[in-house]
Design a protein around this ligand. Structure first.
Ligand code: ATP
Length: 309
């Protein structure tokens, strides 16, 4: 019998995030380009009677705030386990240990990465042999970003972000992530966007910005072309809710980034570098500015949720 299975899944940066108006179902129509980057959470699954969960690493432990990463059925890992068990007709028996490197509520899809890694780990532990399309279907039930966490690489997301088509990126892209001390709630950022739109302070989103420029830039570079094409409709509401982000973006530009934007719903700032050496230099300069809790140099695209051998 299998004794332990570990899977890992990456964080994401949205290099294009165009947000449509609020839909009747409470979601917003998105046109987004996801890039999976080299910051990974791991989930280890062991045989057990019933379901149990531990979480360690980023966003956990003393000072993290009591409810940042829930340890019960509100955790996406827990929900992923129950959903796969129901789908496969097996009991949801597993002891799950999550080690987080991706900070919570940071706009990097950490919870989605954990859910995707859980699907992959438990599929192996339970021998359910779900087809990749079935896992993708379960992922979409768990959350809008979970299918991408499973898929990885680069992809165009439509619908609420869960409908994916792969995008070709011929080169490696280097980034520096500036991570804030306190997270931002994704629903609060969307609600602020709706408010800004109702007040006429930002465009209404009826026409979604095309993703072609960013897709063309990703395919062939150079970094200046990608820098010019980056777009995030959630940046304005994230800045409205967290004015300190303006100073953070300025600090990153002053440190020499080719471009910088808020990642997803924030508050992480993603800064584009020319190459790996440039990213290491930029990370050191950004860390010196003292506006972030943590600074990480990462690259993408990287694969989606996979077993760790
Ligand atoms: P998004 O996918 O919307 O960009 P995010 O990256 O900003 O989300 P997450 O780290 O996924 O944020 O966490 C958002 C919220 O989800 C957390 O505040 C927490 O309450 C809840 N959550 C549930 N499961 C997890 C998990 N495994 N890790 C982190 N947060 C989780």
């Amino acid at each position: 019998m299998t004794s332990a299975v570990t899977a890992r899944a990456p964080a994401k940066v949205n290099v294009h995030l165009a947000v449509g108006p609020l839909r009747a179902d409470g979601f917003h129509e998105l046109r987004t380009v996801y890039l999976a980057v080299s910051l990974f959470d791991t989930v280890t699954a062991r045989p057990s009677d019933g379901l149990s969960l531990t979480v360690s690493g980023e966003g956990t432990g003393p000072g993290a705030g009591a409810d940042v990463v829930p340890l019960d059925s509100r955790n996406l890992v827990w929900r992923a386990a129950e959903l796969l068990a129901r789908h496969a007709g097996v009991p949801a028996d597993a002891a799950l240990d999550v080690v987080k490197t991706i900070p919570a509520a940071a706009g990097l899809a950490g919870g989605s990465a954990d859910a995707a890694a859980t699907l992959v780990a438990l599929d192996a532990l339970w021998g359910t042999r779900a087809r990749r399309e079935d896992l993708a279907g379960l992922a979409a039930e768990l959350g809008s970003d979970v299918p991408f966490s499973l898929h990885g690489g680069v992809a165009l997301g439509s619908g609420r972000g869960e409908q994916l088509s792969p995008v070709l990126a011929r080169r490696r892209w280097d980034w520096v992530l500036g991570i804030a001390g306190e997270g931002l709630s994704t629903p609060a950022v969307y609600a602020e966007l709706d408010r800004l739109r109702a007040d006429g302070k930002v465009p209404d989103g009826e026409t979604l910005a095309p993703a072609e420029p960013v897709i063309a830039a990703l395919r062939s570079g150079p970094p200046q072309a990608l820098a010019a094409a980056l777009l995030n409709d959630l940046q304005a509401p994230a800045l409205a809710l967290r004015p300190a982000l303006r100073r953070a973006l300025r600090a990153v530009s002053d440190a020499g980034a080719a471009a910088a934007l808020v990642s997803g719903s924030g508050p992480t700032v993603a800064a584009l570098a020319d190459d790996e050496r440039g990213a290491l230099r930029l990370a050191a300069a950004v860390a010196g500015a003292g506006v972030f809790r943590t600074v990480r140099a990462v690259h993408g695209p990287v694969p989606g949720a996979r077993l760790v051998t």
